[in-house]
Design a protein around this ligand. Structure first.
Ligand SMILES: [Zn+2]
Length: 295
């Protein structure tokens, strides 16, 4: 597995002895890929960098490796508005079946080290965070834990204080250009290899996202009703709101009060949606606000 960029982190990781690491940085920059690379190196018969052909290296997912992430769908199969990591993912809970972190790390590794990645440490709910804290206080010697979050300020201070932060920077555009020279893709990716790959691997969805965001920008010039229609279409798509904020920054002056107020309105809309306010209400209010701000 080749990792794009992050050379200094790859050199540093094998020398760190901390049992719990906190990987911070923007979404899609490669934190999970580096966590898997680290797990492979810890169990590779040749050590670092992982050789890629020994018995441990040949396994996919990596040997003695687990990832815990929030449920992105509700039990009814809809996209979760406020995804979270639940207690039963961390510790066994009466009446709940299924794999959890505590049970998994209670047995010895098959090779040398068990690595568990909590992908979304900022999305642990309170009881899950407390259960994880107990694990971090006394992890078995053969375990390494990797917490992934956008920034240290998004994670509970008690978890941060027990981990060593490794900060990932956005990738330089020159590196991403090795994946694609398309300025639309590069603008969308903003230094994230995950986003660039998503756009390249899902050209139809990417075209739909850019097309619908463009639709909102055009509708803004005609009034709140067409804007509401266009917003509805855009918000059906994953990441629609955050992509719109990026397009607005390109279309409007990012230093202008207008842009800052639009950004504020978008953030409030996001919060309201996560807080289960009626979608209709949020979209209508957003359409009104954005058309009022539009030049
Ligand atoms: Zn190997």
């Amino acid at each position: 597995m080749t990792i794009l960029g992050h050379q200094r982190i790859l050199e540093l990781l094998p020398r760190l002895n901390a049992q719990t690491l906190l990987f911070t940085g923007p979404e899609g920059v490669g934190r999970r890929a580096v966590a898997q690379w680290f797990a492979r190196g810890l169990n590779c018969s040749q050590g670092f960098p992982p050789c890629g052909h020994c018995e441990a290296c040949r396994q996919t997912p990596p040997a003695d490796y687990r990832e815990i992430a929030p449920d992105l769908e509700t039990k009814g199969g809809k996209r979760a508005r406020a995804p979270q990591i639940r207690l039963e993912q961390i510790a066994p809970r009466e009446g709940e079946e299924g794999e959890n972190l505590l049970d998994w790390i209670s047995t010895y590794p098959r090779y040398r080290v068990k690595v568990a990645t909590i992908d979304g440490a900022h999305l642990l709910n309170e009881s899950a965070a407390n259960a994880l804290l107990k694990v971090l206080e006394e992890p078995p010697a053969y375990t390494r834990l990797i917490l992934i979050a956008p920034g240290r300020e998004t994670v509970l201070p008690t978890l941060v204080s027990r981990s060593l932060e490794v900060a990932f920077a956005p990738l330089p555009e020159a590196l991403l250009r090795t994946l694609s020279p398309d300025p639309e893709v590069l603008g969308f990716a903003e230094g994230s290899v995950g986003k660039a790959r998503w756009a390249l691997e899902h050209p139809a969805e990417f075209a739909q996202l850019t097309g619908r965001a463009e639709g909102v920008l055009e509708a803004l010039r005609t009034g709140p009703a067409p804007t509401l229609e266009a917003l509805r279409l855009l918000l059906e798509l994953e990441g629609g709101l955050s992509y719109l904020s990026r397009r607005l920054r390109q279309a409007w002056d990012p230093e202008s009060p207008r842009y800052r107020q639009a950004l504020q309105s978008l953030a409030e809309a996001q919060d309201a949606l996560e807080g289960y306010v009626s979608e209709d209400l949020v979209q209508t209010l957003l359409a009104l606000r954005l058309t009022r701000l539009s030049p």
